[in-house]
Design a protein around this ligand. Structure first.
Ligand SMILES: [Fe+2]
Ligand SMILES: [Fe+2]
Length: 364
């Protein structure tokens, strides 16, 4: 979703609006440069009235009719009669105070601009799956929001959602879940929903207790929470995936741990999942190069789920591999990932995915 922030004062002063960058593809447009063309690709327009000059407001007024084609949110200081009057004169409907909670503004922007999650799904998607998908997505959003606003992570209700997802995995199967999740409009959220599904499913394949299955599902939802501190544009379309930008994106594991380390609502194993999910058994991973026994079994499950999900996703800099190609690629990682867990994963995929079954036939 693209949010265009129309402003008059310097961008450096827009601390409130600059946080939007972490959630949406955000562009800043001077009020004096507003034209039908300059806002044409916006999904939501946010007008910031701080330091708005009369000449700039006049320009905005000229194009007011055109703004009616977009959802518009206005940000003012409720204590400033001048800003409130300016927003009123421009017939702004959704007006927020700059000191309002960020979460309030974010949820309105999402409601106004995000495509309907369920409308994108194929018609034959079972209702019970739609419901859990919506619940899991809402919790993922709540987790990301809490990471930015420092509010408590709603972990208890998150476990309830994980329990519902576990039921779906056991009744409808993993392939039905990931097929549905692929329709999500946000690649970062789709990724976490998919990793949560694969992790819960693999834990079931390993006959883990229900509690452990739930923990890896919650861990899957949370594992990339550090990405909430990395601008959305960089995650969606890195222009330099092998260099500086890669280093920044790789920081998400460390950032995620920093977000969670003092949250007493979370247990230590979940924090380990977030911190170490890119570590490899041979010590070649990041952020600290942990190896062997030092890597918790739950982290190993998430790593397998994360690798398979990443390989089968399309990114701006790489095509998606088929399940068959992803399994072939992971077969070569025997020093890096837990082989007993991977064998269960591969066996499970063999029994579920025609694509993988075919691959094994070709390989043998
Ligand atoms: Fe990650
Ligand atoms: Fe990930």
């Amino acid at each position: 979703m693209k949010v265009t922030v129309i402003h008059s004062g310097p961008v450096e002063n827009l601390t409130f609006c600059r946080k939007l960058d972490l959630f949406f593809s955000t562009c800043f447009l001077k009020m004096s440069d507003v034209s039908p063309l300059s806002v044409s690709d916006a999904d939501v327009i946010l007008v910031e009235f701080a330091d708005a000059q009369d000449c700039d407001l006049h320009k905005l007024r000229e194009h007011r009719e055109f703004l009616d084609f977009f959802p518009v949110v206005a940000v003012v200081d409720y204590n400033s009669r001048r800003e409130c009057f300016q927003a009123d004169a421009l017939r702004m409907m959704n007006v927020f105070d700059r000191s309002d909670r960020l979460s309030k503004v974010l949820s309105l922007i999402k409601r106004l601009g995000a495509p309907d999650l369920l409308a994108a799904l194929p018609e034959d998607t079972p209702d019970e799956m739609k419901l859990i998908y919506k619940q899991a997505n809402a919790h993922l959003e709540a987790f990301h929001l809490a990471a930015v606003t420092d509010e408590a992570i709603p972990i208890e209700s998150g476990r309830e959602v994980a329990s519902n997802l576990l039921t779906i995995l056991q009744t409808n199967g993993i392939l039905a879940w990931i097929k549905m999740v692929k329709f999500h409009h946000n690649p970062t959220y789709a990724h976490s929903l998919e990793v949560a599904g694969f992790a819960g499913w693999l834990a079931c394949q390993l006959d883990w207790s229900e509690d452990d299955c739930l923990q890896v599902i919650v861990g899957g939802l949370l594992h990339d929470i550090g990405k909430s501190r990395i601008p959305q544009d960089l995650l969606d379309e890195p222009t330099d995936p092998d260099g500086v930008e890669l280093n920044l994106v790789q920081k998400h594991a460390q950032l995620g741990y920093e977000i969670l380390k003092d949250r007493f609502e979370l247990d230590n194993e979940t924090k380990e999942i977030v911190y170490f999910h890119h570590e490899m058994l041979d010590g070649s991973g990041y952020p600290i190069g942990l190896s062997g026994e030092a890597i918790n079994p739950k982290v190993r499950v998430i790593t397998i789920a994360d690798l398979f999900t990443t390989l089968t996703e399309e990114r701006a800099y790489k095509p998606a591999l088929s399940h068959r190609e992803a399994i072939a690629s992971m077969n070569k990682m025997y020093r890096k990932i837990d082989q007993a867990f991977y064998a269960a994963f591969r066996y499970g995929m063999l029994s579920h995915s025609d694509d993988v079954r075919q691959a094994e036939k070709i390989a043998s």
